[in-house]
Design a protein around this ligand. Structure first.
Ligand code: GTA
Length: 157
């Protein structure tokens, strides 16, 4: 009994190390989410400039392996890039190398964040913020010229 609890705790720790992010729209159980994170060949890339192109992303991310697909994150209203994307590799090994070696790389003067992801499904490419962009851009209080100036809520004040 105690062994089962310890192995569950160790499993949770491993996922904590994989990603602190939990997608509230993932429809499966926590266990299914954890399996997906551990086996998927998709990464989420955050803190991108709105001006970074798919070609630039291709150039950087193909350093750790052959890329199957890139999906740019878009403002759901304007359909323009809003600072994130998904990159899908062919193999898990390339996916892990990507998180290990590319996260923190400077692209368009900003450190990008690469995170394991549970897998792309249609609709996930759109920002979930009320204004159409990413949620985090609504609460941002700094001025960030690469990500639309002030955060959306500050702009509305
Ligand atoms: N794998 O880290 C990630 C990640 N993020 C941040 C977004 N996605 C991610 N995927 C992985 N790892 O498909 C994916 C989403 C979706 C797409 C766009 O990108 O699964 P989003 O960024 O617009 O919306 O998603 P999401 O993910 O629902 O936003 P979330 O996580 O609730 O909030 C993001 C951040 O906003 C928080 O971490 C916090 O910094 C800030 N924030 C949210 N609410 C508040 C608040 N009330 N006050 C202050 N800050 C807040």
């Amino acid at each position: 009994m105690q062994g089962a609890w310890i192995s569950k705790w160790l499993c949770r720790k491993a996922v904590d190390n994989l990603s602190p992010y939990r997608d509230r729209r993932f429809e499966g159980t926590q266990e299914e989410f954890e399996v997906a994170l551990r086996t998927s060949t998709t990464v989420y890339v955050g803190n991108l400039s709105f001006y970074t192109t798919e070609e630039q992303i291709y150039e950087v991310f193909s350093r750790t392996g052959e890329i199957k697909r890139i999906i740019m994150g878009l403002d759901k209203n304007t359909k323009t890039p809003c600072g994130f994307c998904f990159v899908i590799y062919y193999t898990r090994e390339d996916t892990e190398d990507c998180v290990k070696y590319i996260s923190g790389t400077i692209l368009d003067d900003r450190p990008i964040r690469v995170d394991f992801d549970w897998g792309f499904v249609e609709g996930r490419q759109f920002g979930r913020g009320r204004s159409g962009g990413q949620v985090r851009d609504e609460y941002r209080t700094d001025y960030d010229p690469g990500r639309g100036g002030f955060g959306k809520l500050v702009q509305l004040e």
